[in-house]
Design a binder for this molecule. Structure first.
Ligand code: ADP
Ligand code: MG
Ligand code: MG
Length: 207
């Protein structure tokens, strides 16, 4: 396989579900510090529902079809801020993927860009507002700069998202629940930036 096909997309989503389940308490602990202590549970509920629905999907489903199933499932099963935001991200990503059978590096960048733009359109956060946008935006930029190798683009995106998540720690939040805390949010990592990093790391490690 040269590009990322539907089977790869499915393996990636299964890896995300496994990682969210494994790190659920950690994600919720981040949200306990500057939110309402539900981010891990929210995402775990959503991705477990995704796993159930993936079984019914055709073996030959395209990347776009897998991403669309994730979107509709997250929208209907995850509440709060992250459900609609990640739902929009996967929906816009699926629209960008269209009916292509495989995504090459350029296609991957189109999908990641559409996902990030969807989150920004929905949540109106800018980089530096201490949200998941702080992981998505450097990830998109790094993937776009990585060249023609789709594997290199995934690795660059994952590394940049991890750095972006860590870089939320010294920030005051301007969007979401953490914005109510003012300077008390300083010193805490944004939970959504960490779950974004988790998703992109899982992508880089999916073969
Ligand atoms: P809730 O805050 O409703 O309990 P979650 O805890 O599941 O929802 O998700 C919180 C995460 O959502 C935050 O850590 C942040 O990354 C993200 N978030 C919240 N509001 C916005 C926004 N307006 N734009 C982008 N991301 C946001
Ligand atoms: Mg929360
Ligand atoms: Mg909540």
């Amino acid at each position: 396989m040269s590009g990322l096909d539907g089977r790869w997309t499915r393996r990636w989503i299964e890896a995300v579900a496994a990682e969210v389940a494994r790190r659920k308490l950690e994600l919720t602990a981040l949200d306990r510090a500057i939110g309402d202590a539900d981010h891990g549970e929210n995402l775990d509920r959503g991705f477990q529902a995704v796993l159930g629905r993936l079984e019914a999907l055709d073996d030959d489903a395209t990347p776009g079809a897998v991403l669309k199933l994730v979107a509709t499932t997250l929208i209907s099963t995850v509440g709060g801020a992250a459900g609609p935001l990640y739902g929009t991200a996967f929906l816009k990503g699926s629209m960008a993927a269209g009916d292509r059978a495989e995504l090459d590096a350029a296609g991957l960048v189109e999908v990641l860009t559409a996902a990030r733009d969807g989150i920004v359109a929905r949540g109106k956060a800018e980089p530096g507002d201490k949200t998941m946008v702080d992981a998505w935006t450097p990830a998109v930029d790094a993937a776009a700069a990585a060249g023609d190798d789709v594997r290199a683009a995934l690795e660059a995106a994952a590394a940049a998202a991890a750095e972006g998540a860590a870089a939320t720690e010294p920030l005051v939040a301007h969007k979401g629940r953490a914005s109510y805390l003012g300077e008390r949010a300083i010193g805490h990592r944004d939970p959504g930036s960490e779950s974004t990093s988790l998703m992109l790391r899982a992508a880089a490690e999916t073969r």
